[in-house]
Design a protein around this ligand. Structure first.
Ligand code: SAJ
Length: 434
């Protein structure tokens, strides 16, 4: 199949790079977003998100006239949905007395509804948003068929998960293998024809529900692996072992790959997607639920470590290094670092935080300062919450000159291997029972 014009709904971390890619590979692309701020920013030639290299590709796409942005869709050959699928913050489900989070599919529903008036015979609709199993067949298809057309015979429908790593999106969009699940084999083939425009990795065809499950399995297995690393770190502290040393030694085994413990699991993917399994079949997802609980409780573990270090948290001044959900990104969504800061404050500490990738971060209830100097100026304890390159590079001498604190809590193993005691510091590391 040949596609000349495509319409991409949702211009976030996935939709915008994807739109720019199609546009720089010869297609006419209309990018759609319901947020007027996003449209205004993009129309002014600016970006509303930070992703290395995106500014150049988008600029190139816009200058060529192939990429336009608008608030509503238009007729096209293919429609691609890349809107967020968060969970409801307060509307929890319950199974056997255990609460679980439920997917908020409102953005997918309304994006699909917005396509209906423009749907023509021969069109392709692709869902990219991470979604609970069976969303394509049970949610998308019935809405699209309100057009009077029959899915699978009059038009094609496919699910294709995005699997790119924030920070490396542009490279991974091109190089990663792409799974395309069609509601019919012809739908999968249409999806392959579309993505072949720029994907250089393998393109594999399957059915829509398998493709949905593949995506959820990838992120869920990562979450479960991180949970066991976090549990190992607690066990190591109990038994007087340094978990980082133990993990390094265990990973010498050719078939063992233990992940890294840390202050918890954040971001918009790994901490969210496993809930889609739990919600869809709680009676079959006991391990997945437990892993979520372990990872979600990890910021509390950080607070306990801080309490042990200081005796009491009440009235203590704490400098928190990092608010992002992981190293060297500016994304603060579901960040365990931010959660740890809030919890420390609830225990009576006065916390200042510094996030170098978003120095003006305005997070509710968090006092974020704009410089490293400022965050360190008055502190009893310095907590390293995100393993940013910039923080890892700090030497004992530099830190000693910037802060009166002589107590350090490293939750990400960023400061191991330096001679902290000779600069007068006591270094505590999460997972280090020695
Ligand atoms: N983390 C640990 N220990 C580890 C690895 C990660 O605590 O050993 C934490 C990170 O600090 C972070 C969280 O987990 O808080 C998630 O980070 P991540 O780098 O594991 O993943 P994401 O959320 O940035 O991106 C993931 C990727 N999925 C997989 O690697 C299976 C990416 O390929 C997906 O495209 C993305 O989710 C997504 O959009 O679903």
């Amino acid at each position: 199949m040949k596609f000349n014009k495509i319409c991409i709904l949702g211009l976030g971390y996935i939709g915008l790079p994807t739109a720019s890619m199609f546009a720089t590979h010869g297609m006419e692309v209309l990018g759609v977003d319901v947020n007027p701020h996003v449209i205004d920013t993009l129309q002014a030639g600016q970006l509303h998100i930070h992703e290395p290299g995106l500014g150049e590709v988008m600029g190139q796409a816009a200058r060529s006239g192939k990429l336009r942005v608008a608030a509503a869709p238009e007729a096209a050959d293919a429609f691609l949905i890349a809107v967020p699928t968060p969970f409801y913050e307060h509307d929890l489900g319950e199974y056997n007395g255990q609460p679980y989070k439920k997917a908020d599919m409102r953005a997918v529903t309304s994006a699909t509804q917005a396509i209906v008036p423009h749907l023509r015979p021969g069109n392709l609709v692709v869902l990219e948003s991470t979604s609970p199993p069976r969303t394509t067949v049970d949610l998308l298809v019935p809405i699209l068929e309100k057009s009077g057309l029959k899915a699978g015979s009059d038009f094609y429908v496919a699910y294709s998960p995005e699997r790119v790593l924030p920070g490396q999106i542009l490279r991974e969009l091109v190089e990663n293998a792409r799974v395309i699940g069609g509601i019919t084999p012809a739908s999968a083939q249409a999806g392959c024809d579309l993505y072949a425009a720029f994907v250089r990795g393998q393109i594999i065809q399957t059915d829509a529900t398998t493709a949905e499950m593949v995506k959820l399995m990838e992120n869920t297995s990562r979450d479960v692996n991180i949970a066991i690393a976090n549990e190992f770190s607690r066990l190591a502290e109990r038994f007087g072992v340094d978990v980082w040393e133990a993990i390094r030694l265990a990973n010498l085994h050719p078939r063992v790959k233990i992940f890294s413990p840390g202050p918890g699991v954040g971001g918009h993917c790994i901490s969210v997607d496993p809930w889609f399994f739990v919600e869809s079949a709680p009676e079959l997802s006991a391990l997945i639920l437990k892993a979520r609980q372990v990872n979600d409780s990890q910021p509390h573990w950080v607070v306990e470590k801080a309490r042990q270090a200081l005796g009491t948290l009440a009235g203590k001044k704490i400098a928190a290094l990092g608010l992002a959900y992981k190293p060297d990104v500016d994304d603060l969504r579901e960040s365990p670092a931010a959660e740890a800061v809030i919890l420390l404050q609830q225990e009576g500490a006065t916390v200042k935080a510094f996030e170098p990738f978003k120095p003006q971060a305005g997070l509710d209830g968090i006092q974020a300062v704009a410089t490293l100097k400022e965050v360190l100026a008055e502190a009893d304890l310095v907590v390293l919450l995100v393993n940013h390159t910039e923080f890892r590079a700090l030497t004992p001498a530099t830190l000693a000159a910037l802060t009166p604190a002589r107590l350090l809590l490293d939750t990400v193993n960023g400061w191991d291997g330096q001679d902290w005691p000779s600069a007068g510091f006591r270094l505590l590391r999460l997972g280090d029972g020695k």
